[in-house]
Design a protein around this ligand. Structure first.
Ligand SMILES: Cc1ncc(COP(=O)(O)O)c(C=O)c1O
Length: 315
């Protein structure tokens, strides 16, 4: 995804003039910040929408950052660090007012929610198949006709229309076949006559299962003294089942190692969402400890994890 987003930013950058503006957010993974920030060397102005301490995008700041000079708004749909889901309808409306393109990073979202590009209103949407049980290959969706207008990096021997226009060299056929297999794998967990129906139903089932577990875990954490769970509460608004925490007096890497010894695999650090940790002033503390709940996790596993965390917090 990161590689595709750099290609996209280079291609879109060729249509921009010095003084044109791009809006990115503090909540985003570096993969949807770095490619746009790199265009500053051509005189493009990059503005950043603030995130609040609770891990939401600041809506008023978003309105302030977008101006008639805005050509592109690049934002994530779900935060891989805090689980926050960004309301895109609002972003689409703001983009329409100033005629800006909306680029959406759906890498974290696609693994946990049913996703329909037609209702989202994204001009470009990126995701990554390894997040939804597939191989390591990035995916770029573009609204019909848009790819043909992009000034992409491509060889003169390459066909000049989409999708070839954004491809370089021989395709990664094995991985592409793996994406189909991943899609079929997910679809088997749903019901319906068509694959699309089965996929939507499967992703809804997966989402409901994961969020139920995540809510249980997040709420149980509130009862453990010394633990702080970050990111929005599970209070009915869309929220990814990804919960990050910190424990007073313990560095995340030590907690992750201790849990690893018990066979509990969690991740620690900044997860490439470095700006989020800078805003929350958690970089020197070693970032956060993140638990990403997936469809194969169980409540028993979470109980084991909660008991282990409680013990660490007590010492
Ligand atoms: C929200 C988000 N965006 C982008 C990326 C980058 O994806 P890739 O590893 O395919 O470059 C990730 C990967 O962790 C992510 O979580």
């Amino acid at each position: 995804m990161t590689t595709l987003n750099f290609s996209l930013s280079r291609a879109l950058g060729r249509s921009l003039k010095p003084g044109d503006e791009i809006v990115i957010t503090e909540l985003d993974h570096e993969a949807n910040r770095g490619p746009w920030l790199s265009l500053r060397e051509h005189g493009v102005v990059v503005r950043e929408v603030r995130m609040t301490a609770a891990g939401h995008l600041d809506k008023e700041d978003f309105e302030r950052q977008v101006s008639p000079r805005t050509r592109i708004v690049a934002m994530g749909l779900a935060s891989n660090a805090l689980g926050t889901v960004t309301p895109l309808t609002e972003a689409r409306r703001v983009c329409d007012n100033v005629n800006a393109l909306l680029v959406v990073d759906a890498v974290h979202y696609a693994a946990h929610f049913p996703l329909d590009v037609n209702t989202l209103g994204a001009d470009f949407l990126l995701c990554s198949a390894y997040k939804f049980y597939g191989p390591h290959i990035g995916i770029l969706y573009a609204r019909g006709g848009l790819l043909d207008t992009l000034d992409t990096d491509h060889l003169r021997t390459q066909k000049s229309h989409a999708p070839y226009r954004v491809e370089t060299g021989t395709l990664n056929h094995a991985a592409i076949a793996g994406v189909t297999a991943a899609v079929e794998y997910i679809a088997q967990w749903g019901t319906g006559d068509s694959r699309r129906e089965r996929l939507l139903s499967a992703m809804t089932n997966i989402h409901d299962y994961e969020v139920e577990l995540a809510r249980y875990y997040y709420e149980s954490l509130q009862d453990i003294k010394g633990i702080r769970a970050w990111g929005p509460a599970f209070d009915g608004v869309p929220r990814a089942p990804t919960v990050s925490l910190s424990i007073d007096g313990h560095r995340p890497e030590e907690i992750a190692a201790a849990l690893g010894d018990l066979g509990l695999q969690v991740w620690h650090g900044h997860f490439y969402a470095l700006k989020v940790l800078e805003v929350l002033d958690l970089v020197d503390a070693g970032g956060l400890l993140r638990v990403g709940i997936s469809m194969y996790n169980t409540r028993d596993e979470l109980d084991r994890l909660l008991r282990a965390l409680e013990k660490i917090a007590r010492n």
